[in-house]
Design a protein. Structure first.
Ligand SMILES: Nc1ncnc2c1ncn2[C@@H]1O[C@H](COP(=O)(O)OP(=O)(O)O)[C@@H](O)[C@H]1O
Ligand SMILES: [Mg+2]
Length: 305
């Protein structure tokens, strides 16, 4: 559906994509995860021919649209009719209503007049904007804008949906509703490729997650496997508070004192039981013990190393 090979994009002195490879298969919901500045938007903009990469290959629907440093414009125009795109920083016309906005986009896709009204109604219903259909977009919240942007991306009933950070700025309810809409697209046989810098956004809905760090895809797998791998790499942090100071040197663990009787232990696995026994063997007692799983930020940092 979408295949990217060895893509390189340099902006002046910034290498935004450093030989990126990824493949989105038909019917998948693919989560494209990476920290800010990793190259997600650059990948998406390249895929759509909106910026010019220098090297690599891009195929859409098995059509080669980019090769040898240039786009095949004719092929690109054809395949883009089958794609819906939601940009990261979109400008909506503040003085128009959702109906008027979608009407203009529908005309851009040459959707016949007879179908247009029905399609617009369906989409407003789908994204939950029916009641706001005649209000000016300028007064909309971030979440409402995101919904309208999704509706415009769906206007041509695309086979492939490409969404750049679609859930950023949404509240938990908004995120849950957004995920539901994406699931419905999958049920309708569509393929969805969306980016995010937040792990929770790709949870529960993605078949495949690709993690991009510094312009390279580090892993491409299902989320469960990736998380397991993450945890193995990033390790565990155990915070312990004891009733009296403890000498940790014989334990062999990597312990950092945080205070007189508070310590941080870095471990590759969950060693809570061992810590418990060790403290007891030192004639001390544990007052509190906490295990901290790494945050996504820490995981990304580990991956960069
Ligand atoms: N138009 C541009 N000019 C110069 N550098 C850019 C431009 N767009 C993006 N970059 C740089 O390219 C890198 C990747 O950016 P981007 O693709 O926007 O990342 P992401 O979407 O993952 O946050 C960053 O270092 C960013 O600062
Ligand atoms: Mg971006």
């Amino acid at each position: 559906m979408l295949k990217i090979e060895n893509l390189v994009k340099t902006y002046k002195d910034v290498k935004a994509l450093d030989g990126l490879n990824l493949e989105v298969k038909p019917g998948q919901i693919y989560g494209f995860l990476g920290p800010n500045g990793a190259g997600k938007s650059t990948t998406i903009l390249s895929t759509l021919g909106l910026i010019f990469p220098q090297e690599g290959r891009i195929q859409l629907f098995d059509v080669e649209v980019f090769k040898d440093g240039k786009f095949d414009e004719a092929k690109l125009v054809e395949v883009k009719k089958r794609i819906g795109y939601m940009p990261e920083h979109a400008t909506l016309w503040d003085f128009l209503t959702p109906v008027q906005t979608l009407d203009i986009i529908a005309d851009a896709f040459n959707i016949p007049k007879a179908e247009k009204e029905k399609r617009i109604n369906e989409l407003l219903n789908l994204v939950g904007l029916s009641d706001d259909r005649n209000r000016k977009v300028g007064k909309f919240s971030k979440g409402m804008r995101q919904r309208l942007l999704l509706a415009q991306a769906l206007i041509n009933d695309p086979e492939l949906l490409i969404l750049d950070e679609p859930m950023t700025g949404l509240d938990p309810t908004g995120i849950a509703e957004f995920k539901e809409i994406i699931r419905e697209q999958k049920k309708a046989g569509k393929t969805v490729f969306f980016s995010s810098h937040i792990l929770a956004h790709v949870e529960e809905i993605c078949d495949t997650v690709g993690v991009i760090v510094k312009g390279k895809l580090r892993v491409e797998d299902n989320l469960e496997s990736i998380k397991r791998e993450f945890l193995r790499k990033a390790g565990y942090t155990i915070l312990v508070e004891t009733n009296v100071p403890v000498d940790w040197s014989p334990s062999g663990w990597n312990v950092t004192p945080l205070g007189e009787k508070r310590y941080r232990i870095a471990a590759e696995e969950d060693i809570r039981e061992g810590v418990h026994d060790y403290v007891a063997s030192q004639g001390a007692k544990i007052l509190t013990m906490q295990v901290k799983e790494p945050s996504l930020e820490e995981i990304f940092l580990k991956m960069v190393e």
